[in-house]
Design a protein around this ligand. Structure first.
Ligand SMILES: C=C(O[C@H]1C=CC=C(C(=O)O)[C@@H]1O)C(=O)O
Length: 458
């Protein structure tokens, strides 16, 4: 179907362009300008799927009615690492109410960058040129100008907007090839190495990941894949980022890294896993097995304690759920502990990110030794897998705010290939075959959407 321009004479894009011309006259040009207008509701994921510009971003927070998509960039900041990101702090200070930066960070900014991840940067924040937010009943189209920019660039971006793609339906093409890194024998060696390191006392936990790479005859439609994943993975965060319109990272992750509303922070420990079952009795038994598992609880407690310890020096108050509960997803279940904190005004979003990432839900304990082990053992670059992904910025009242997930259960689309990434927490007592199967089940959300479940779960 040809793309329908969203900008005939009376259309929202033209209205927004006129509003921009009015507002820009009173703009000092010293800080970011944001102008928005109400538009008819449209699904931001379907909308962004059709836009021609780059980069594109999409985000729907867990339990959020509102989804958000952005196309183009009014501002992009690339930092080498979270500890070397002062420019992001400066930009946060100049954002108007309601402006949000799409934010991503590599799992390990110090690790060697794989070619397939080169376009994504180490730590990147983007203020979209044009942004669409919609909760299905209402929607707003917004445009941003960076300090000192001429409105001409915004006019060009608005004139180039296209209407939304149709709803994704029908079967996706099947891949003709699958390659696993590591292969099974290498995985067993990685586990043996880790179990020996636990015995030596150098390491207590390490989260090891696998990559399953699928090759297709045709380019993979990342937005179409995410549309289907949204339907298949309720209670998850959904995000997509494509820096160049060619490769795209997408995630359907259950795990919150941090949410900040003014001074109130909420985060969580998510670690310890069982699949779900079709029948109630078997599902209840699996739940009971998870809740009673000494090994899963140990795996979980490393995460809970590390998060609480990381927040303690930053926060005025830290509150941790007294008992781990169950996080129940469509096909799996995790041990879950909610953690909340109140931050002093002097603690910013980036301070929190630096302290929290990577938690032992994706790294391990102690963190430096676990990162070394991951670097040494995993035969691929994690890139954005297991890194922070989400937004940081200002809420409608102008307070600092953020919502970031941990980019697990994720995939990298690169032309005709789709690489899926998932990991499992390894502690003393872990069994290579069970951990391999756990990861296979975790990539199953994507695999089912691709119509691959029979082959993948076999
Ligand atoms: C690292 C992943 O999952 C983490 C989050 C929940 C449960 C986990 C586990 O039980 O191993 C992992 O710590 C992943 O899915 O890639």
């Amino acid at each position: 179907m040809p793309a329908t321009p969203l900008a005939p004479a009376s259309a929202p894009a033209l209205r927004l362009a006129k509003a921009l011309d009015r507002v820009v006259r009173g703009w000092s040009g010293r800080c970011v300008l944001r102008v928005e207008t109400p538009v008819d509701p449209v699904d931001p994921l379907r909308w962004v799927a059709r836009q021609k510009g780059a980069p594109v971003h999409y985000w729907r927070g867990r339990g959020d009615d509102e989804a958000r998509a952005g196309v183009g960039a009014a501002l992009t900041i690339d930092a080498r690492s979270l500890t070397d990101a002062d420019a992001v702090d400066d930009l946060m200070g100049s954002l108007p109410a309601g402006a949000r930066l799409f934010a991503t960070a590599r799992f390990d900014a110090a690790a060697e960058v794989g070619e397939e991840w080169a376009a994504f940067g180490a730590v990147r924040v983007v203020l979209p040129r044009v942004e669409l937010r919609s909760d299905g009943r209402t929607a707003r189209l917004a445009v941003h100008l960076a300090p000192g920019e001429s409105p001409t660039v915004a006019h060009a971006a608005l004139a180039a907007l296209c209407g939304p793609a149709p709803e994704a339906e029908g079967e996706l093409a099947l891949p003709y090839m699958r390659r696993d890194d590591p292969a099974r024998a290498e995985w067993d060696r990685m586990l043996r190495w880790s179990l020996a390191a636990f015995e030596d006392g150098d390491l207590e936990k390490v989260v090891l990941a696998r990559r399953a790479r699928f090759s297709f005859e045709e380019p993979v439609d990342a937005a179409g894949l995410l549309q289907r994943l949204e339907a298949a993975t309720p209670r998850c965060y959904h995000a997509l980022t494509s820096p160049d319109g060619e490769s795209a990272f997408l995630t359907a992750t259950p795990e919150r890294l941090v949410r900040i509303d003014g001074r109130e922070l909420s985060t969580e420990a998510v670690a310890g896993t069982r699949p779900r079952s079709e029948t109630d009795a078997a599902d209840d038994a699996l739940r009971a097995e998870l809740m009673a598992s000494e090994k899963d609880r140990r795996e979980h407690v490393y995460v809970r304690d590390a998060i609480a310890d990381a927040l303690a020096p930053l926060a005025e108050r830290v509150e941790v759920d007294s008992e781990a509960g169950a996080m129940t997803l469509a096909r799996g279940r995790h041990l879950h502990t909610g953690i909340r904190a109140t931050l002093p005004a002097s603690t910013g979003v980036l301070d929190v990110l630096r302290a929290l990432h990577p938690t032992p839900a994706v790294g391990g304990t102690p963190t430096p030794e676990a990162l070394d082990a991951i670097d040494r053992l995993e035969p691929f670059d994690r890139g954005l897998y297991a890194g922070p992904i989400g937004w940081i910025g200002r809420d409608e009242r102008g307070r600092e705010a953020a919502d970031l997930a941990v980019g697990i259960r994720s995939g990298l689309v690169d032309g005709r290939t789709l690489s899926l990434y998932s990991g499992a927490g390894i502690v003393a007592g872990s069994d290579p075959a069970s951990e391999w199967a756990e990861i296979e089940h975790k990539i199953g959300d994507f695999a089912r959407v691709l119509g691959l479940d029979a082959r993948v779960e076999a």
